[in-house]
Design a protein around this ligand. Sequence first.
Ligand code: NAG
Ligand code: NAG
Ligand code: NAG
Ligand code: NAG
Length: 471
Amino acid sequence: MFSLLGMGALARGVYAASLSHIDTFYPTGLNYTSYITNSYLGTYGGIYNAPANQLTEGSPYGVYNYCSMPHPRIQEYELPSVKEAKIVYLEYLQRHQRRTMYNLAPGGENQPFDCSTIDAYLYSASPQAGNDPVLVYADVYTDPNNPFMDALPYVNTSCMFPQLTLGGLLDGFQHGKDLWAVYGEKLGIIPKEPSNKVWLRSTSSPLTQQSAGGVLRGIWPEWKGSLPLRQQSSGVDTINNGYPCNARNNILDAIEATDDWNEHLNVTADLRATLGAMLGATSSAWQKSFDHFSDNFQARLCNGYALPCSFTNHSNCVTVEQAEEVFRAGDWEWQFYWRRSPQVIQYIQAVGGLFIGEIVGRLQAVLDGKQEYIYAHTFLHDNDLGPILGAFGIDIMRWPAMGSNIAIEIWETTAEQPHKAPTTIYYARVLYSGHPIKTIYGTLNWIELGELISILQVYVPEDIISLCGTT
Ligand SMILES: *[C@@H]1O[C@H](CO)[C@@H](O)[C@H](O)[C@H]1NC(C)=O
Ligand SMILES: *[C@@H]1O[C@H](CO)[C@@H](O)[C@H](O)[C@H]1NC(C)=O
Ligand SMILES: *[C@@H]1O[C@H](CO)[C@@H](O)[C@H](O)[C@H]1NC(C)=O
Ligand SMILES: *[C@@H]1O[C@H](CO)[C@@H](O)[C@H](O)[C@H]1NC(C)=O
């Protein structure tokens, strides 16, 4: 058993040691359920722990790290081999940084999650109000006299789940600082101060806004003012499943009715039954996929906590081997949702198609010489990155982890032609969490922008309203 979950000393087994950093992004065998059941694979070189209230260690750089994915960093960043190329546009997408869980164990959490080290601010202000508001923040507590405390699984916590943790905020600062060193200081595409050439956006979920505050401070440490973070209205938001779409659920049902899906449930029946009994997690929401188990375990491990134990028997705990199998199953599921299922094109269109269309629109504007922005940065969720990675045709997709990021760099070259005016040709390079992304179209480290647009265009639905069946 070679595990990267446990203590540092256990961290590099023989198996993982044979993998290069980029290999850890692309597990061979992820198309097969034997990947899930083969305990020898451990975490396939992935890292699943980080300290509470401290920065995630940045080394070894470039490895799949669920708690804090690598991002472009000056020490490792390589310029394109075409020397005279000049970067003219950066489209940056990222998942929020590490956080508390969405899914508390229904049987009760044996370790309370503590958020007293971080303050989640929320207030409204107006230049017309004549005064600044008090900068209030949420200070969450549980009242023992609340009658629901006995009726529901008791969780004594100071967190508003799934809020960002202090570790996540610190990771955000570092993420931004590293982006600045590459794209600001070295390449000059991120301006010294936020300007009208910068487009910043998040989902309507506080978690993504909390991450934005951290990352943007890392980018602009001296900036004194506030910043607008664009958001679409939550009823029609093109990210974070923000618009109504019956097809999304119907397609998911069809995916989860395939033989492949059932096979993965079959081979994990014992694991799911054991964890279900231990954590009171026997409902279909917990049993139909590994989403909830994975979410609960990684939120703990990525913030300095241990794996959970039964609320009623504190010596009955989730083992490292069980957690690793849960994570392998989660990765298998993501590869299936976004790359392998028979419904994959429709599913990407229904979940991510509108946002992919927005990205295509921005890239097309660069191609047409009409782009007014030079840098767009969107803070979103794993469920937004999955369809985009699928649209790129990523070779193998593990779960896009905390702080996962896609940098679409657009470079301008000028081709001299005899007896003619020189022509401008735009090339794209796509980095996934710091590495040029490996896809069914090859490694996207230098591709004509028009070609990249054609790859993505397939996933932009012609008529989302009728695709979604929402009228
Ligand atoms: C909840 O946890 C806090 C902090 O650990 C503790 O002071 C408090 O007594 C606990 N409340 C209950 C009702 O157990
Ligand atoms: C899964 O197990 C059930 C019950 O044992 C069986 O009926 C079904 O054929 C299996 N499905 C697959 C795809 O292995
Ligand atoms: C508590 O869990 C441990 C470990 O699984 C088990 O050996 C023990 O029998 C359990 N105790 C009770 C009272 O169920
Ligand atoms: C895994 O499945 C994807 C999607 O069908 C395919 O493109 C890829 O070649 C497969 N890889 C292997 C090793 O079978």
